[in-house]
Design a binder for this molecule. Sequence first.
Ligand SMILES: Cc1ncc(COP(=O)(O)O)c(C=O)c1O
Length: 368
Amino acid sequence: MLDAYMHSLAEKASLSIGYPFATDFNYEELHSLLRYPLFNLGDPFMESNYGVNSFTMEREVIDFFADLFHAPKDNYSGYITSGGSESNLYGLYMARELHPNGIVYYSSDSHYSIPKSIRLLNMKSIEVGSTQNGEIDYDDLFLAVEQNRHLPAIIVANIGTTMTEAKDDLSKIRSILQKLVVESHYIHCDAALAGAYLPLLEGGSKFDFSNGADSIACSGHKFIGSPIPCGVVVVKKDNKERLSHYISYIESVDSTITGTRNGLSSVFLWYAIRHFGKEGLLQRAEECLSLAKYTYHRLLENNIDSYYNENAITVLFEKPSELLCQKWQLATKSGFSHLICMPGISKDQIDRFIEDVLNERENNKATF
Ligand SMILES: Cc1ncc(COP(=O)(O)O)c(C=O)c1O
């Protein structure tokens, strides 16, 4: 059964172009770690009494992302989460603890983990419209905040929406808050995919702490790549301290959402960051961007309606048949599917996919 499963998995992996998961990683050197119950309990910035942990690596990963996101040097914290969704939940949890009567504003293109977190946290919220490219509709946001300007505003900015990788503009959001003289506000950036590469590109870091973010969420298994889903969340340290509680059982501070956390993913992320460094990650990003451009042009020259946002590695195109969506594992919304040019995806895979679409068209013509 295991052999058959491995075989089918390899085949499925070779046809996976629709989800944002890098596949070019090699963690063989870390295989012996699987012998240990490697778990992180409590806050990574404080040793607990359980020693089989990877706090040193976890801290280094947080330091790396805090630097990438221009977090205040002496006032940042965070931890390695189970994925982008938990990172979003944590950002919103923090916002709620700071502003219990605040209203969350998020766009209709926000990831489903945002409304889910809002429900879990029992927060008040308003869904704001978005424009055709997937960016939040700033006029709509203005009107929604205006009606509630006496209450704290908690804004979720999408730094790369799930479907089109559209980025909300923090300077426009801040200017709305300023114009409406909203005294208390909190901005959480959901940068699940783009957070790990956008800041490396010239002019890409417009969403960071120096631009008004109070917390930033990113997935670890997306651009960096990991065989275990994981995420990063970076917050301000003084905000985190407001929701931390000392737990004598672990001799540490409980400042995370889950209890026992997986310690392997911190080592994977640490290993990848050490291996690639900022330069290697930038090079990977440039390769992905260039593959996205190639894909977009190849689709257009074959008369397949296509679109992609600036500095995005996600390419949209008219939805192919159900059969092809299943074969190539494509997500679809409002008649458009997307493929994501992640590290590990080759030109050959793109060409084979386009060939499939063209063959199908030919066959359909022949049938009519
Ligand atoms: C914009 C955005 N936010 C959050 C998430 C959730 O990330 P995860 O699947 O790591 O929980 C995703 C996942 O695709 C996403 O696209």
